[in-house]
Each structure stands twice: as C-alpha cells, then as structure tokens.
Design a protein around this ligand. Structure first.
Ligand code: DGL
Length: 279
C-alpha cells in the first residue's frame, strides 16, 4: 500500500463545473494528484430530487473510496447542499463541500448577497443558512438558474441566447441592489465573460472554488496528508461520453485531457432506489 500522502484527492461534479475547482487545485496545491469524475451521463443534477442526488453521491463516494483517495472535494454545490452532512457520517474519509467556504467568503465581502445556483441548491436554502450562521444580519437573495448548466455543457457560452437568459436571472438581483454575487454552482465561473457584460463593476464576485481549496489545504496540513513530492497526471473519468468531455474541457484546462469512461457501483441493495422526480 502506498503512503497516504501520495494518494490522490477525489474531485467530482456532474460535468465540467468541477474544473473550476480543479484549476484552483493546480494553482494552490500543485503537488497533489487528482482523480476527477464528471457524472455526465446523469447531468444536470440541479433539477433532480434530494433523494436522487444523495444516491448519486453515495455511488460516487463508494467508488472513490475503492480507488483509495485520501480526501474528496465535492466540486458541486448541489451535492454539497443536499448530501454533504449525510455522507460525512457514512464514509470514513475527509469530505469537503463548497457551500460553507463560499458563504464565509461572501460574508467577508458584503452585506447584500445574491446567490445564483441550480434550482435544487436554491430550494435547499443551504447558502442562506450558511451565510446567516456567520452573519445573521446579512441579506440574501437566492436565484435558481435552471438553464445555465445545459447551456454550458452544450458549449453555448457565446450564444446571444445565453446572454439573454443571464440578463433574466440577474435582473431581480440587480433590482435588489446586491453588493456581492456568489457563484453558487461550480459551472458558473465559465460564464464570467457573460456576467461581465451585465453586472456593474462595484458588485463583488465570489467563487467558492478558490475558498474550498484553501480549506482543503488546511485540512491536509492538520491531518498530515499533504504531499511533498511531485504530483502525477490527473486521472479524468466520466460516466458519459469521454470524447465530448475532452473536447469541451480543453478550453478551460489549456490541454486536451485523456478521459476514461467508468461504471459506478450500483448500491440499490444497500440503499433503496429512490424514485426519480423531475420538474
Ligand atoms: N456544478 C454543479 C453545482 O455546483 C451542478 C450542476 C448540475 O448538474 O445541475 O451545483
């Protein structure tokens, strides 16, 4: 068995959103080796029921535990909002979510906080609760944005339709006079050029990706799990089409990754299969 410090950190998302966290890992923790998983066969997560999301997360973590990762970063707000507390009790490895680090960073930036996210994250009120834990006086507006993830995964970043959709989601937050906007979905950083066309420059943008990686660095230090030798190449895995993921992600990675398709374990004998309820 290899030394635990040399093991990979598991990072997962429904698709390419988690690459915003991966880039931060490359920047802040270049010696760490990463196992990335995108559940592209089942995205978007953001309009699925809490039970279904929890089941998906359990499957991913079961597989990552088999792969002997030393830590998992949920690079997905929807999973962090709906499954983090439950799976932290069920799995014997450190598991970090993006919401608490994002909420803490938002409170340091402003008092009138807008959060754009998937509908499931908005409905969970996870950001509102996390922000109010740190500052009960902060004002929070949450906006579910169901169209963003499909548009990003279809690479429609420069489509005029995407700009129109973004204006529709952001206008109520501008009307509320927010001073801070949180990217409450890891995909949304990829839309920064679109947001820059809409948002006045005084609004501060908070991307939880950089803050969860800071939290991961601290946790690795405390647990004595930081790697001090050279990292090995990231292993990219998906549940859907590897080619499509490779082509889409190269614009953010700066290289075309080698991507493997994997099958997750089926856990229906351990946890009853939840009914799929889609809006
Ligand atoms: N990127 C994910 C998040 O942060 C989920 C996107 C989705 O599949 O809806 O919420």
């Amino acid at each position: 068995m290899r030394e635990p410090q040399r093991s990979r950190i598991g990072v997962f998302d429904s698709g390419v959103g988690g690459l915003t966290v991966l880039r931060e890992l490359y920047r802040q923790l270049p010696k760490e080796s990463i196992l990335y998983f995108g559940d592209t066969a089942r995205l978007p997560y953001g309009n699925r029921s809490p039970q279904v999301i929890l089941q998906y997360v359990r499957e991913i973590l079961t597989w990552m535990a088999e792969e002997e990762v030393k830590m998992v970063i949920m690079a997905c707000n929807t999973s962090s909002a709906l499954a983090l507390e439950t799976v932290q009790q069920e799995f014997n490895m450190p598991i970090l979510g993006v919401i608490l680090p994002g909420a803490r960073a938002a409170v340091r930036q402003g008092r009138r906080i807008g959060v754009i996210s998937t509908p499931a994250t908005a409905a969970s009120n996870a950001y509102r609760h996390a922000i109010h834990e740190v500052n009960p006086d902060a004002l929070v507006w949450q906006m579910g944005c169901p169209e963003f993830v499909p548009l990003i995964e279809q690479n429609r970043l420069h489509d005029p339709y995407t700009l129109e959709v973004a204006k529709g989601y952001l206008q109520p937050l501008l009307d509320a006079d927010i001073d801070t906007l949180v990217f409450g979905c890891t995909h949304y950083r990829h839309l920064t050029p679109v947001f820059q066309q809409i948002l006045p420059s005084h609004i501060r943008l908070v991307d939880p990706a950089s803050h969860v990686v800071k939290a991961a660095r601290q946790e690795l230090e405390v647990m004595g799990l930081r790697n001090s030798e050279m990292s090995i190449a990231t292993r990219f895995t998906v549940s859907g089409c590897p080619q499509q993921f490779a082509e889409l992600s190269q614009q953010w990675l700066g290289f075309t990754p080698m991507v493997e398709k994997i099958s997750l374990p089926c856990l229906s004998s351990i946890y009853p299969q939840p009914l799929e309820i889609r809006e």
